[in-house]
Ligand binder design. Sequence first.
Ligand SMILES: [Zn+2]
Ligand SMILES: [Zn+2]
Length: 111
Amino acid sequence: MAKCSYCGASESMPFTCKFCGSKFCAEHRLPENHACPGLVVYKESRGKEPEKWIYEPFKAEYKHLAGRAPEKGGIGERLRDLLTGMDARRLLYLLVAVILLSVLLRTLGVL
Ligand SMILES: [Zn+2]
Ligand SMILES: [Zn+2]
């Protein structure tokens, strides 16, 4: 005679859980019915695989954006690429330099 590890009921033919190895009555033999600690580990170990599959493509896409591979043209795409790729301070310096140069050239009467 064995006792169910979950409810304590005496069981002449106990079921052994294949996940946690404990013995259970017919009612609690399923992992879902005895809050099986082995099932949690099993699910976690299985959960790692799909996670990899889900995030791997995103990583690849991120690398592609970070590397700023040449895109298929289009002034909007190129502008967005420039704005996102270049840091704001450098862009500001460039803008100021262009304005100063144009002002300087205008005062000199070149333009
Ligand atoms: Zn039981
Ligand atoms: Zn179990």
